[in-house]
Design a protein around this ligand. Structure first.
Ligand code: G3P
Ligand code: CA
Length: 257
């Protein structure tokens, strides 16, 4: 690695580089994932949509305009069209030409090297997406040494139905339920125990998290990660309430300064 890294603040908290090290490089690109790996994050987080011809592509929005030089929706473009887009120049001209990655390429490059947290953004919109994901993960895991538990592949979604289906289809792949948007962010005990039946993690909007909620989740023997930390004071608070992971644009915050 090209960085000299100071000691980690807490070894027990997994550091997840949100869309890669997205504070420093264009989100959801190989450049951001590579930087996260250099910063020795425990996981990269990424978002998946599907192209017109059924390829799983790594991009956050269903529309192209915010992060690329394309227009319209991902689902209305073939991979041949998408692969020619620039997903770096809007972040910073020095990244011009950085492409949208395929999920397959990210898995090939990083599985076994760093944890990979795959978010299915809107699986209901893409018939066949879950099955394609399952096949791709199976292929990837088969090619890995038997003990790759230090670098897990994990799947997460706000679509809890999708997480339930993946629990059946890929029982050995850890799953996280994303919680904390909308007007009812606090889970009742009934909701918590329902989710605990199919998810290994409950990944919560950090704004609603305190030690009590973390404790309630741990009482169901489930883990909790907080998203998305972009402020160092919030990050300090969250690192003291017992969370198992922090999803942040700034993986360097894992280190003492
Ligand atoms: O990892 C959780 C977080 O990524 C969810 O929000 O919009 O950044 O995908 P978003
Ligand atoms: Ca995400």
């Amino acid at each position: 690695t090209s960085f000299m890294l100071p000691p980690r603040i807490a070894d027990s908290i997994a550091i997840v580089a949100h869309r890669g090290a997205s504070a420093y490089a264009p989100e959801n690109t190989m450049a951001a994932f590579e930087l996260a790996a250099e910063m020795q994050a425990d996981y990269i987080e990424l978002d998946v949509h599907m192209s017109k011809d059924g390829e799983l592509v790594v991009i956050h929005d269903e529309a192209l305009a915010r992060t690329t030089d394309g227009e319209g929706l991902v689902k209305d473009h073939t991979w041949e069209e998408l692969r020619q887009l620039d997903a770096g120049g809007k972040f910073d001209p020095v990244y011009r030409g950085e492409p949208i990655p395929l999920l397959r390429e990210v898995l090939a490059r990083y599985a076994g090297r760093i944890g990979i947290l795959i978010e299915l953004k809107s699986p209901a919109q893409y018939p066949g997406l879950e099955e394609k994901l399952a096949e791709l993960i199976e292929e990837t895991v088969q090619g890995q040494p038997s003990d790759s538990s230090a670098t897990p592949i994990m799947v997460q979604s706000f679509d809890l139905g999708s997480i339930q289906r993946l629990a059946k289809r890929l029982p050995d792949i850890p799953r996280a339920a994303l919680i904390g948007t909308g007007d009812q962010p606090l889970l009742t005990d009934t909701q918590l125990s329902d989710i605990a039946a199919y998810a290994d993690y409950i990944n919560y909007n950090y704004e609603f998290l305190d030690w009590e909620l973390v404790d309630r989740i741990h009482a169901y023997d489930r883990k909790v990660m907080a998203w998305t930390l972009r402020d160092s004071q919030d990050s300090e608070r969250i690192s003291r309430i017992g969370v198992d992971g922090i999803i942040t644009d700034y993986p360097v915050w894992a280190y003492e300064r």
